[in-house]
Design a binder for this molecule. Structure first.
Ligand SMILES: [Fe+2]
Length: 170
């Protein structure tokens, strides 16, 4: 997966302001994830937050595009593009996260610490959820036959630490 960087896009202005307000409440991770998810639900971007080229994805695996990094490093907003069949490794995160689907369908499987499948869900356009470690071991898979795009907000500066992933399990 290769990360590329784009300039902030105007349709992110309200989302950035809303997430900033949520983060500045300094709630615990779980509550922050819920507060950020509420902002993402309210200000969910449309696919043209990415360029036409970015929306194509890549045959080499899902692609990540950094759309915003808060100057104080408290959060980042990422666009992920998945072609049909593309899948993450099983992983968890170092911090809270909220994500929303803006194109296609993303299938998510949740695992316990022994990597037993706890359940799966299909997330469609407009579906938004927030989660926080521990208990966030998951895998995301585009099981549909069209390219999927989702917006993720992570509680860290992903460009500084390279990724929001805490650990891969496979
Ligand atoms: Fe993840």
């Amino acid at each position: 997966m290769i990360a590329t960087r784009t300039r902030p896009v105007s349709q992110l202005t309200h989302l950035v302001a809303g997430v900033r307000t949520a983060v500045e409440r300094h709630a615990d991770w779980s509550e922050t994830a819920d507060l950020v998810a509420a902002q993402l639900r309210r200000h969910l971007p449309t696919p043209d937050v990415l360029t036409a080229e970015q929306r194509l994805g890549s045959p080499d695996g899902y692609r990540s595009h950094t759309l915003h990094v808060e100057p104080d490093g408290s959060f980042s907003i990422i666009g992920l593009v998945w072609r049909p069949g593309q899948v993450t490794r099983i992983h968890d995160h170092m911090t809270w996260c909220a994500f929303g689907v803006i194109q296609g369908v993303e299938h998510e499987d949740l695992f316990d610490a022994d990597l037993n499948v706890l359940g799966g869900s299909d997330n469609h356009v407009g579906d938004v959820s927030g989660f926080a470690p521990p208990g966030d071991i998951h895998r995301v898979h585009n099981t549909a036959d069209t390219t999927a795009i989702s917006i993720h907000v992570y509680g860290t500066d992903v460009t500084r630490i390279g990724s929001s992933v805490r650990r891969y399990y496979d």
